[in-house]
Structure formats: structure tokens, C-alpha cells
Design a protein around this ligand. Structure first.
Ligand SMILES: [Zn+2]
Length: 621
């Protein structure tokens, strides 16, 4: 795909939990399953000061859902329940946010003001999320950083049944740094790289939480003639390119559909009860549905052939229709896929006749109780209207397989109100100076310093930093100067391989010191390092001498080596006579086998070469 040609533009929004207590109370920022008590609330949309009601809030309220909150022991108090006003903002969290801002070359604001950002999904007991702008206008590589905010994390959704949504309050109020880039990222792969770099900068502060769910990426993306779509909840960095590629194809497909719809003037909503057509149907599915329900049909003028997909069938419009119907509780079938599901070609013809469908027209069927089927078809009709414009601006949810699904319309511009319970914080020059002095090393600087200090290749240094193994590397390397290459190999290859095979890499890491000490004392050749670490993973209590003994890799003296090589060489006199010095390479494998792991390959090579030469001199002259 030529991303430049299609006008690809993406931005990132990264949310990182901080490793400090909660933002507006002293509760610990830990997930806690011990439920202390539960309570419930409902959402009521109210008009803004401008007299309008947010359409996203309306859609949410229309579904009439109830929110159940579970308060936990260690990590929720009256603040999370919104029974007590928030305390002053956590100063340590502010310092971390300032550190991140400076690392991203952003301009810190003079005064931090917390604002209330309306949330409509019940994920906050207050109905809003507190957020404060910390800095703006930063830069990472060639991508601008629009804003850096400090905000409170939302409650954790733990379940949903019968219009009741359950939230745990343990996560609510954990401080988050939110970093939003400008939509200046030019390709899906680049988006991953930038997300990775920002992640490293956050980790460099050593004050951020690690592990699943502690960092979340949202993406926004558009192509030329498409629209800005927000994709929420990307957990895996490696998934970013695939998600973006899919969204590009989806937008291109929808643009294609809108082009085909240019010839259609307008469509009207016509829903008909077509149950009687199926009086003698062979479709088990329809017969079952008719037992205590109906079959309703919606005619879509001009949509024939557009629902099943034109260019990217896996991102067909039919999928969008199905999702909108599903949100109303119904399922659909469309004429592009019929006859199918046991519905006959005659029944399809009959349907087209009743609905007065021309060659260009399509129809959608929905079954079940009449109310649900009707609402589902109405939702499909609303979505069909949007198809004329191409790509609707909307919020979608990232799925683990790299696809996305519709979540809700794009909310109006974030509606913010000042948070009157939390006093503003004036950022004094002194405070910034102090933070500036203690700024951690940036990842790129660290890679360069490690390369220089430890004689590593740029790739080794990069991998250590990117995999978060730089700290442990430096600790070990300072105790074993001259062995840096081996340490890097242990951390980047051997331990990884071990863990892949199901061993506990942590045990092996603890044994690195004794293995390296043994190596220094010349107890074994460096080829034996891997063997020993694997042995220790299974026998953590063993001593180095014991391990060397057990694996039979005790170092052999040079005399012994020479003796053995001599024997091998003498057994191959004819071969050497024929090949002369070219015999060394083929013999090398044979000799290495004899000394597997016990002797350094370069030592063997040297002695073997000498012995072969000697033999040639003796026997061939
Ligand atoms: Zn609390």
C-alpha cells in the first residue's frame, strides 16, 4: 500500500499508569479483588450551557443502562465513591508528568488546572474524568507531541448483564500520563515505532507501572476522503500496524461504496413485515424465528451489491450493518448473501416483489420479536444513510485479532468544565530546574552510551534497552569488565531461549555471576556458558564446580588438547596427504565434536592447524 498516495495520517494517544498512590486520595494504586461494598447509579444526560445534548451521551442514555460499582479494601475510599471531594493533586504524580514533559521537549504550562471531562459510559462515579494539561508542543523524532496531560484512570469494567454494567473502583483514580501526538505519523509501521519510543521514555522515569493493562494506546487515523476514526484500547504494540492497515482498507472500502451511491438520490425508511412469505419455508432458522416472532424487511434503494464488499470484502459494509443491529439486540441477513440459510431463490424473488425492489436495490432482513427486529433495522437504516458520506467519524474498539468494531459515534468536542474542588498548582521555575537536573537519560542517549562504554554493537545496545534489560546488564557488566559481549548474549539470547523452553529465566540470571567467575578462573571454555545456565535453571542449588563436573565440561589443558588432536590427525593421514592444508576445515567439525563445549573453538583451530602442518611436513617431504 502506498500510504503517501492514499493520504494516510495517524496519531497516538498513550495512557500510562504511574507507580504512585492515587491522584486525588491516598489510596494505593493497586488492583484489589476484595469487595467491601457495592452501589449503583444511572446516567441522565443533561443539556449543556449551550442547550444541546451530546449525541454520544444520548445514545448511551437511550439504552437505559444501570451502573454497578464495587468498592475494594485497599484501593478505594469515599473519594472513588464520589461521597467525599477529591483531595489536592498528588505532587509526586505531578513531578512525574513534568519529567515526561521535559523529556519530550514540551512547553510546561505556568499553572496546572484540573478540568472535568464528561464521560458517558459510567466508568467514573462522578460522570466526569478529571484531567489537567501539563505541557504542550513537544516533539519526538519528526512527530509533534500535541499535549501531555495528567488525569485519573477510569473504573475497571468487570462485567455486563441485562443492561447492568459492573465496574470495580480499584483502578479509578490511578494517575495516568496521557501523551497525544499530532496526526503526523505517515505509516502503520512508523506508528508502532513512535509508540515504542514513547513507551521507553516513560519507562526511563522508573516511576511508571509495568505489565498488562498499565499502558494503553488509542489510535486515530484517516485517509484522503475518509474521516478521522478513533480506535480505543490497543494493548499490544505489535498489533498497531495490523490494526491501522485494516482501518485503512475499511475506509477505502467505504469510500468506494459512497462513490457507487453517488447515482442514488435519496433513500427512505421502509420496513415491512414479510413473515407471510415464509409460511412454508424450508429454512429451519426462519421457522424457529417465526415461532414467536416476525421477519421484518428493510428496503435499501441503490445498495444492491454494495453490502457484500467491493474492494476489501473482509471490511464490507454488511459487517457495519450487523454491528449496528447487534447493538439493538438483533441479527440481520442481507440480499447480497441470499439465497442462503435455507432461504430459497423463490422466497428471495417474492421478497423483492413485495418490497418493490429494482435491480439496484437491496434489502435487509431481521427476525425475532417485533420491537427488537424493528429497532435493529432502524439502526441499519441510520448506518446506511452514513454510507452516502463515506466514512463516518466514530470511535471503534480494537479487537485482539487486529480488526476493530464500532463502539459509538465520535463525541462532540470534549466538553470540559473547571474542577472547582481541586486547587490549581502554580509551576515554579525552581521546581522545573530541580526536575531538569535529575532528568533520566533518554533511550537514544542510553543506547549510544552503552555501545561506547561496553563495546557492544549498536544492535546489542538497542535490544538491551528496548527489551528493558539495560539495567540488569549494567549491574552485571560493572562486576565483570571484559565480559560484556557474553553478558549481552546471555541476556538477549540464552535467557530468552530458556524461557521459551519453559525454564525460569530469573533463576539463571541469579547464577550469571558464578558462571562468569568460573569462566574467569578458566574452569571451562566460554562455549560452556549456555550449558551451565540451563543446568542451573534445573538445579539452582548446585555449585559451579558441581555443574561443570556434571555436564563434563571441565577445561582440558592445552597439552591434553594437543594430544587428542594429534590422534585424530594421525588417523586421517591419507586424507591430509590428498587435501594438504585444505584438510583443516573438514577436520575442524570432527575435532569440535570431540571437545563439544569444553574448549574454545579458536584454540582448537590453532592447534589443529599446527598439527596438520606438522603432519604434512613429516609425511609429504
Ligand atoms: Zn481513595
Amino acid at each position: 500500500m502506498d500510504y503517501k498516495k492514499i493520504g494516510f495520517k495517524a496519531g497516538l494517544e498513550i495512557h500510562q499508569q504511574l507507580a504512585t498512590h492515587k491522584l486525588f486520595c491516598k489510596c494505593q494504586s493497586v488492583l484489589d479483588e476484595n469487595v467491601k461494598y457495592a452501589f449503583s447509579r444511572r446516567l441522565r444526560p443533561v443539556q449543556s450551557e449551550m442547550g444541546d445534548i451530546d449525541r454520544a451521551a444520548m445514545e448511551e442514555a437511550r439504552r437505559g443502562r444501570e451502573f454497578l460499582y464495587y468498592a475494594s479494601d485497599q484501593s478505594s475510599c469515599l473519594v472513588e465513591a464520589d461521597e467525599e471531594p477529591p483531595h489536592e493533586a498528588n505532587e509526586e504524580a505531578v513531578d512525574i508528568a513534568l519529567t515526561v514533559s521535559l523529556l519530550l521537549n514540551a512547553h510546561v504550562v505556568d499553572e496546572i488546572h484540573f478540568m472535568r471531562k464528561i464521560v458517558i459510559d459510567g466508568s467514573n462515579t462522578t460522570g466526569f474524568q478529571r484531567t489537567a494539561l501539563i505541557a504542550l508542543d513537544g516533539k519526538i523524532d519528526d512527530v509533534g507531541i500535541a499535549t501531555i496531560c495528567l488525569e485519573e484512570d477510569a473504573a475497571r469494567k468487570i462485567g455486563e448483564e441485562n443492561k447492568k454494567i459492573k465496574y470495580a473502583l480499584d483502578r479509578l483514580g490511578i494517575p495516568l500520563v496521557e501523551i497525544a501526538t499530532e496526526p503526523e505519523i505517515k505509516s502503520p509501521e512508523r506508528a508502532k515505532q513512535i509508540a515504542e519510543k514513547i513507551g521507553l521514555i516513560l519507562r526511563a522515569t522508573k516511576k511508571v507501572k509495568r505489565g498488562i493493562g498499565t499502558i494503553r494506546q488509542d489510535l486515530n487515523v484517516s485517509v484522503k476522503n475518509g474521516a478521522r476514526v478513533e480506535i480505543k484500547g490497543v494493548q499490544e504494540l505489535n498489533n498497531i500496524p495490523k490494526i491501522l492497515e485494516n482501518e485503512v482498507k475499511r475506509q477505502l472500502e467505504l469510500i468506494e461504496v459512497s462513490k457507487k451511491l453517488k447515482k442514488v438520490e435519496k433513500i427512505e425508511m421502509e420496513i415491512k413485515n414479510v413473515s407471510k412469505i415464509f409460511k412454508n419455508t424450508k429454512s429451519k432458522f426462519i421457522r424457529k424465528a417465526l415461532e414467536n416472532g416476525v421477519v421484518l424487511a428493510l428496503k435499501l434503494h441503490g445498495f444492491n451489491g454494495l453490502i457484500k464488499g467491493i474492494r476489501y470484502k473482509e471490511h464490507r459494509l454488511g459487517k457495519e450493518f450487523a454491528m449496528h443491529a447487534r447493538m439493538e439486540g438483533g441479527g440481520i441477513m442481507h440480499s447480497d448473501e441470499l439465497p442462503a440459510y435455507g432461504i430459497s431463490i423463490e422466497e428471495v424473488k417474492e421478497l423483492k416483489k413485495i418490497l418493490n425492489c429494482g435491480d439496484d436495490d437491496a434489502f435487509i432482513l431481521s427476525t425475532g420479536d417485533e420491537m427488537t427486529a424493528r429497532k435493529s433495522l432502524e439502526a441499519v437504516f441510520k448506518r446506511a444513510l452514513q454510507a452516502f458520506e463515506g466514512v463516518p467519524r466514530e470511535v471503534r474498539r480494537a479487537m485482539p485479532d487486529g480488526t476493530t468494531e464500532y463502539m459509538r459515534p465520535m463525541p462532540g468536542a470534549a466538553r470540559m468544565y473547571p474542577e472547582t474542588d481541586v486547587p490549581p498548582i502554580r509551576i515554579k521555575r525552581q521546581r522545573l530546574k530541580k526536575i531538569e537536573k535529575r532528568l533520566p537519560e533518554l533511550p537514544d542517549e542510553k543506547i549510544e552510551r552503552m555501545r561506547r562504554n561496553y563495546n557492544l554493537s549498536i544492535e546489542e545496545a538497542k535490544q538491551l534497552v528496548y527489551n528493558g534489560k539495560d539495567e540488569i546488564f549494567e549491574k552485571i557488566a560493572l562486576r565483570h569488565r571484559g565480559y560484556e559481549k557474553i553478558i549481552a548474549r546471555i541476556l538477549l539470547n540464552i535467557i530468552v531461549e530458556m524461557e521459551r523452553e519453559g525454564y525460569d529465566g530469573k533463576i539463571a540470571i541469579k547464577k550469571i555471576d558464578s558462571v562468569l567467575d568460573g569462566l574467569k578462573k578458566n574452569l571451562f571454555a566460554k562455549e560452556g556458558v549456555e550449558t551451565l545456565l540451563f543446568y542451573f535453571a534445573e538445579h539452582p542449588e548446585a555449585s559451579i564446580e558441581e555443574a561443570i563436573e556434571k555436564k563434563g565440561i571441565k577445561k582440558i589443558s592445552d597439552d591434553e588438547i594437543r594430544e587428542k588432536i594429534k590422534k585424530i590427525v594421525e588417523g586421517k593421514v591419507d586424507f591430509i596427504k590428498e587435501k594438504k592444508e585444505r584438510a583443516v576445515s573438514p577436520l575442524m567439525g570432527l575435532v569440535m565434536k570431540e571437545f563439544r563445549g569444553k574448549v574454545d573453538g579458536s584454540v582448537i583451530n590453532k592447534i589443529l592447524r599446527e598439527e596438520v602442518k606438522k603432519l604434512i611436513k613429516d609425511k609429504c617431504s
